[in-house]
Design a protein around this ligand. Structure first.
Ligand code: CDP
Length: 227
């Protein structure tokens, strides 16, 4: 079964997608981590964030590995280096939407994400999974939440990684990123027509996961487990 979970920053996608993957014994794919990894590499190598060709090559060629740490937490490695924390640093968060707007970056990562979904048993989360990467997904979910709640969630998440930023600053960053992501010309963030929308503002993680798991039972795997 392929489940596509999309939504804006801080809507709960990664927490929910991980829990759904665990509950249904599917592989979790954090596509945002891939855009963040390209951004980190570009910043480190001094590649211009305007250079579609150079960024596209980075996205195509980077050696990225999305796996789990010994503690069972998602881990991101680039060329063997653990970048799990580095890709969440404020500078990467500020720049990632610019990198993600490039056509060649999106083309490269889309192909790689489809490759990761080839097993047919995955939960992919991002911005364009249900609309562009896996339009034939068995189940599409679009998560939303109020911006205030999203900022507070993000603050807590970053604190766990030792990064301290005020909720107000995060709210500004989130709104800016939402605007970039939903107004870009290539694969903008939007709710797929056939997605179920869940407003997570007042729901617990458990409640959202229960709802998605129940929907998953209902749909079976008509899409044949392909994107
Ligand atoms: O975790 P958060 O919601 O803050 O963001 P993320 O999932 O780590 O994604 C970071 C950024 O990557 C987004 O703001 C988008 O600009 C971009 N992205 C995208 O364009 N398409 C995706 N499928 C996933 C992420």
């Amino acid at each position: 079964m392929i489940i596509a979970i999309d939504g804006p920053a801080g809507s709960g996608k990664s927490t929910i997608a991980q829990a759904v993957a665990e509950r249904l014994a599917l592989t979790y794919v954090d596509t945002g981590a891939m855009y963040r990894a390209v951004t980190l590499l570009a910043l480190e190598k001094g590649v211009s964030l305007e250079d579609d060709d150079a960024l596209g090559s980075l996205a195509l060629e980077m050696e990225i590995d999305l796996s789990e740490s010994a503690q069972g937490l998602p881990q991101v490695r680039v060329a063997g280096r653990d970048v799990t924390k580095a890709i969440r640093e404020p500078l990467v968060s500020q720049k990632v939407s610019y990198v993600a707007a490039h056509r060649k970056v999106r083309e490269a990562l889309k192909l790689r994400q489809r490759g990761m979904a080839e097993t047919g048993d995955v939960v992919l989360e991002g911005r364009d999974i249900g609309t562009v990467v896996c339009p034939r997904a068995d189940l599409k979910v679009f998560l939303t939440a109020s911006v205030g709640v999203r900022a507070v969630r993000r603050k807590r998440q970053l604190e766990e990684q030792g990064i301290c930023i005020s909720a107000k600053t995060l709210e500004r960053e989130i709104l800016l990123r939402d605007t970039h992501d939903s107004t870009r010309s290539v694969a903008p963030l939007r709710k797929p027509r056939d997605a179920i929308e869940i407003d997570t503002t007042e729901l617990s993680i458990e409640e959202v996961v229960d709802r998605i798991a129940a929907e998953a039972v209902g749909v079976g795997s008509d899409g044949g487990g392909s994107c």
